[in-house]
Design a protein around this ligand. Structure first.
Ligand SMILES: *Cc1c(COP(=O)(O)O)cnc(C)c1O
Length: 420
């Protein structure tokens, strides 16, 4: 890298930071409000040292686990919740939620278009062309409504609900809050609230399930606050705060959470078993850090948005946009530029900075994917990371950053590869 480039990068960053300061103030305000929710819940439930005890076997009377569920429910402004290391991923958590609520003959209606790639196999259409074990294999039907102008298409959704009113078979309306690997907008918690109103007017018995991955603590309120029946996410994303090493959660109404808990373990057994094997403290500690860590990742994303737009790429969201998830996209319109960016992010990570990412096939995904993931926890995407399907228009999806300082240094490494 030339000296000239170093100076240019430093100038770019300085200019960016003076322009984006007002947005950092907003991010800090939300982090403060969410931190207060977390602390209030810890204090209300009198969390103490004894809650961190190691449980084994069935895990009966694990008071740390039981209190964690109560804390989680309060923080996510819902009636009930469970959070468990036994949930292996976000996809697994969503699977538990869907299988918990849907019965043969029911319809699942996705209202944010085609769900996240890994869920297509859960619903029943995958690259192998079979649906063994999927929802459709159990006689559950599926329909979807596309977004319209990057918003929920409430008219079309209302039409679908009316069409099926007589049969009353739509049981689940499914919302993916975050854009995931798609070139679309992220849905705000408030907008989900409007959907809830509409659906409940037609039939209060329909469950609204939200794939909340990447959305936690980005806004002041979670979708459950606005009436979603179930919100679901992964602990190696936002709510684990970079501390929880695995696991997932489901929060929502007591009825919906109970039904999901029967799929988590067994009917009637629900949340009363499950040894935590020493993970409890990491989950509490991760939740404690999460609002702050999410703010760090949002600041990193905001900086990236400003800089990559300034150097000529289309970005989403823009640095001044309101954010509803932690994902920042940069459109490269060029395969080698995209790969270069991903490699730049990898080279600026704390772990495996010497590794050069290559595009490869991933289970559950249709295109080749290239990923920068130099994280302490494997695949953690609250740590700085960037992924991209290898297909036009060659969009990188960047997210995370445990600290703004390290996020910024990582971006500086990626910028060294640009012709400035
Ligand atoms: C990450 C993610 C998932 C799936 O989570 P995994 O932990 O990768 O299985 C589902 N939906 C969205 C929007 C996600 O970002």
């Amino acid at each position: 890298m030339s000296r000239k480039n170093t100076t240019k990068i430093q100038n770019l960053i300085e200019r960016a930071e003076s322009e984006i300061l007002p947005y950092f103030v907003e991010i800090d305000k939300i982090a403060f409000a969410n931190q207060k929710k977390v602390l209030d819940a810890f204090q209300k439930h009198k969390i103490s040292d004894s809650h961190f005890n190691y449980s084994t076997g069935y895990g009966y009377n694990d008071k740390g686990r039981d209190a964690l569920d109560l804390v989680w429910a309060d923080v996510f402004e819902s009636e009930a919740a469970f959070v468990r290391p036994h949930i292996v991923s976000g996809t697994h958590a969503i699977t538990i939620g869907l299988f918990g609520l849907l019965r043969p003959g029911d319809i699942m209606l996705s209202v944010t278009g085609r769900p996240y790639d890994t869920l297509t196999g859960v619903i029943g259409y995958n690259e192998r062309g079979d649906d063994i074990g999927a929802l459709t294999d159990f006689g559950i039907r599926y329909g979807q409504v596309e977004l319209r102008d990057n918003k929920l298409d409430l008219n079309e959704i209302a039409g679908c609900l009316k069409d099926y009113e007589e049969t009353e078979k739509i049981k689940v309306v499914f919302v993916q809050k975050s854009k995931g690997y798609k070139d679309r907008a992220t849905i705000s918690s408030r907008e989900i609230g409007e959907l809830v109103k509409l659906v409940k007017q037609v039939n209060p018995g329909i469950y609204i399930i939200v794939d909340n991955c990447y959305g936690e603590f980005v806004e002041e309120h979670e979708p459950a606050y606005y009436g979603a029946d179930m919100i679901i996410g992964s602990l190696i994303k936002n709510p684990g705060g970079g501390i929880a090493e695995y696991g997932g959660y489901i929060a929502g109404t007591k009825n919906a959470v109970d039904l999901a808990s029967y799929r988590l373990t067994s009917p009637l057994v629900g949340t009363e078993v499950g040894a935590m094997l020493g993970q409890t403290i990491n989950i509490y500690k991760g939740l404690f850090f999460a609002p702050h860590v999410v703010a760090q990742s949002l600041k990193t994303a905001c900086l990236a948005a400003y800089i990559y737009e300034k150097i000529g790429y289309e970005v989403s969201p823009k640095y001044y946009d309101e954010r509803y998830d932690i994902i920042q996209t940069v459109k490269f319109n060029d395969e080698s530029k995209l790969i270069n960016f991903i490699r730049g992010i990898q080279s600026g990570s704390a772990i495996d900075s010497h590794v050069v990412p290559e595009p490869s096939d991933m289970p559950g995904y249709d295109n080749k994917i290239i990923m920068a993931s130099g994280s302490f926890t494997q695949g953690s995407s609250i740590e700085i990371s960037a992924d991209a399907p290898i297909k036009p228009p060659y969009i990188a999806y960047m997210q995370g950053g445990l600290t703004y300082e390290s996020g910024k240094l990582c971006l500086m490494k990626a910028l060294e590869r640009e012709d400035l």
